[in-house]
Design a protein around this ligand. Sequence first.
Ligand code: KIV
Length: 266
Amino acid sequence: MTTLSTLKKFKREGTKFTCLTCYDAMFARMMDKAKIDTILIGDSLGMVVQGHDSTLPVSVADMAYHTANVARSNKHALILADLPFMSYVTLPEAIANSRQLMQAGAHVIKIEGGSELCDLVSTLAQAGTPTCVHLGLTPQSVNVFGGYKVQGRSDDSADKLLSDAKAVVAAGAALLVLECVPAELAKAVTKAVAVPVIGIGAGADTDGQVLVMHDMLGMVYGRVPRFVHDFLTDERNTEHSIDGAFALYQQSVVEGSFPMQQHQFD
Ligand code: KIV
């Protein structure tokens, strides 16, 4: 079974690891078979499962329901679950909501933001709850950003992202997710912190990679994000099966053939 210690060892050794989003029992079982290292019950379920146009409508009860479904059916992966929009504004509500997700089967709680999360990160760490802090393009702040845009392109925003990353790690964050940031910045953050860093649209130099499961199975309506690769129709998936797609993703990340130059932002 993957633990935080496994991921720290991978980082020390330079072994790349995988993460996929997952929301239900059957896919959780298939990811168990493919030995996907970590699973994220992402609030992206608001879009890919519930049909909303953002993650904002997702509730803590939704997250707990999907976390329990996944946790029952996967024994291999370290399980991360998102605290949804506005569910961690105050410490008491953040603590109560984290408890719900941990009791549903999460091993790590993911939260979006920067150094303003330091109190929460250290409070949860002291209470036996590891956190993963999501930086860069944080979809819960889509209305602040004015759209889903690459973050950290100016010197000031890159400096802020790097200092936020260091601050939350100093406060006790166990993992970081970097979404849609220039590959060079992601590389610098990954080098600067001792904890494993998982990237999505952040280049090849983060310690791990994450994709939304539907995206990597080619289930995308409209514009396909630059960082997505369809592993279902990839010719190396000779069976054209979902099992094969998950196994190919695991293999490609570990051997370093995904992501490639065309998947990253400069
Ligand atoms: O909710 C989600 O799926 C995520 C990933 C895109 C990292 O946060």
